[in-house]
Design a protein around this ligand. Sequence first.
Ligand code: HXC
Length: 510
Amino acid sequence: MRHILEELAKRRARARAGGGPKRIAAQHAKGTLTARERLDVLLDEDSFEEFDMFVEHRSHDFGMEKQRVPGDGVVTGWGAINGRPVYVFSKDFTVFGGSLSKAHAEKIVKVQEMAMRNGAPIIGLFDAGGARIQEGVDSLAGYADIFLRNVLSSGVIPQISVIMGPCAGGDVYSPAMTDFIFMVKDTAYMYVTGPDVVKTVINEDVSHEDLGGYRVHALKSGVADGAFENDLEALTQVRRLIDFLPLSNRVAPPAWESLDEPGRDDPSLDTLVPAHPNTPYDMKELITKVVDEADFFEISTEWAKNIITGFGRLGGETIGLVANQPQVLAGVLDIDASRKAARFVRFCDAFGIPIVTFVDVPGFMPGTKQEQGGLIKHGAKLLFAFAEATVPKVTVITRKAYGGAFDVMSSKNIRGDVNYAWPTAEIAVMGPRQAVEIIFRGDIGDAEKLAVREAEYRAHFANPFVAASRGYIDDVIMPRETRRRLVRALGSLKGKELKNPWKKHDNIPL
Ligand code: HXC
């Protein structure tokens, strides 16, 4: 009997050893953790239940039958984050570079299906070179199986990907279909194919960093939703994010006890908006002064910084925040800002997370670059996303709400439930200067006359009261009381019932 038990222990030790001490040392030398060490950080202590640690690949090509490692390059199972269940898979770069065989794919599909069936998020930790070249089409089929589950899970359970090493092929396409992608700075890369293949195919010399480092994806392309200094920070931040999210679309977002008084006023907000309409201010100050305990988890901190997206809590309950940032490009809506916020709004709506929108927007970004890049279609994404969302939506206009951007930013007429404005709000088709230069074109040479016209226009439109007199704004509120009014508004929307007309699915302008 004893030797049978010992055999199990031996087999487990063999699986836990992954690609062996040399490759593990190489992993540590890069400053990264191994697949198993990462799960230790991500999950609550002793909560990990592993599946399929004895699975091996079934390939006989290229001498692969002589190289079998139990577990086959991915560690899968489930565990808990602050007591709530999550399914996980963690790619082991020490085994065939984490590349994907059919057996490896079957392990991932198993946890994907369990996560979907049992209603819990799935978190993938990626450090892998894509399809296992020796397995050919079997590997491609394995990826297609995973991609399909990514798609079917979308909007059912939160899916989070953390890119923790060099990742190529299917190991970037599967993350691309999940809700959030985070990277580790300087050790994680994402590309369809790595620098060697790039050199062979198009004879271009490029570094890992320039092809797919965090500066490419978290700052420029927007493929990644954030980047962290190292493995430890990335994993602890994912734990923090999970605390904001519901387990699935079948249950409400979690509520955590808050010691922050819901009726707390903040007098400093009365002077947040500067006297001059073109002076910038930091919208993040409003967010952190309003949400519980100033706890804000920002999504896409470094990309499209003219709009802010992220999660906070009011009265202990999760909210999604979307806010123009006057500090960057005056908070204008451009292609990237529209894409970033649209995707965030759709995530919130899919998972029943109420949306709070803070508005200070001078309009859509004009110019050839934006038009040639398709601003019309990309801007429409955000309009579409806000309009179709049926979750509670509360909007506060702090300063500018000009033109189409007023409509887009969760306005009353696209089913904003409660729409407030601060007394500093300016709601109009465009800013005073541009407006008078169009409607009084004949006065353009006459600076004095133009100034008078501008003052008239400002007095008439650069305030919230015209909109409030028409009912487009439900109330003009004191900035200091924003938190209290938001908590009360969201409380009043708890029983909201709203359904869109039946359809197979909509056709958002992709
Ligand atoms: C089999 C692989 C592998 C792969 C890496 N390895 N990628 N084995 N299949 N795809 C192995 C290497 O042979 C090596 O084994 C070990 O993993 C570490 O790899 P290195 O190249 O030494 O590491 P590094 O220099 O850090 O480079 C990592 C890398 C590079 C950038 C990921 O290995 C690479 O470019 N791999 C190929 C990427 C790729 O093009 N994959 C196919 C994508 S197509 P030893 O024994 O020496 O330790 C795809 C289709 C999916 O995925 C469909 C998408 C829509």
